[in-house]
Design a protein around this ligand. Structure first.
Ligand code: THU
Length: 128
């Protein structure tokens, strides 16, 4: 876990954050691969993409599917642990198993949740 957090931390430098200057790096873990991403902002702020979604979309773009995913790591340098925004929780509920781990880290601390724990009763295909 520590090693993956270290590797994810490397991707903070790739965040494109001219507006918030807040860097977020993420890593999707499958049985045998790691897929990294960072947050990418836009002058039209709402079009910005969080680090979690960058990593998840990158993994899916490489053929990864829900059942392959064991965990997502989210790393910042904030003083407090950064928890995923609502949009990312919804995307995690669609693209990750509900029992997959969501591992959050800053320089001092690691906290572990699950997709279900962060978004219970999620809206999904079965909700329609
Ligand atoms: N952000 C993430 O990438 N992940 C989170 O979990 C929270 C917020 C990004 C979005 C934006 O680029 C910046 O952090 C400030 O909100």
């Amino acid at each position: 876990m520590e090693k993956i957090i270290e590797q994810t931390r490397e991707y903070l430098k790739n965040a494109y954050v001219p507006y918030s200057n807040f860097r977020v790096a993420a890593c999707v873990q499958t049985k045998d691969q790691l897929y990294f991403g960072a947050n990418i902002e836009n002058a039209s702020y709402g079009l910005s993409n969080c680090g979690e979604r960058s990593a998840l979309f990158y993994a899916y773009s490489h053929g990864v599917r829900k059942e392959d995913i064991q965990a997502i790591y989210v790393v910042t340098t904030a003083d407090v642990i950064t928890t995923p925004c609502g949009a990312c929780r919804q995307v995690m509920a669609e693209l990750m198993p509900r029992d997959a781990k969501v591992i959050l880290a800053n320089d001092d601390e690691i906290q572990t949740y699950t997709v279900e724990g962060l978004l219970p009763h999620a809206f999904d295909a079965e909700s329609m």
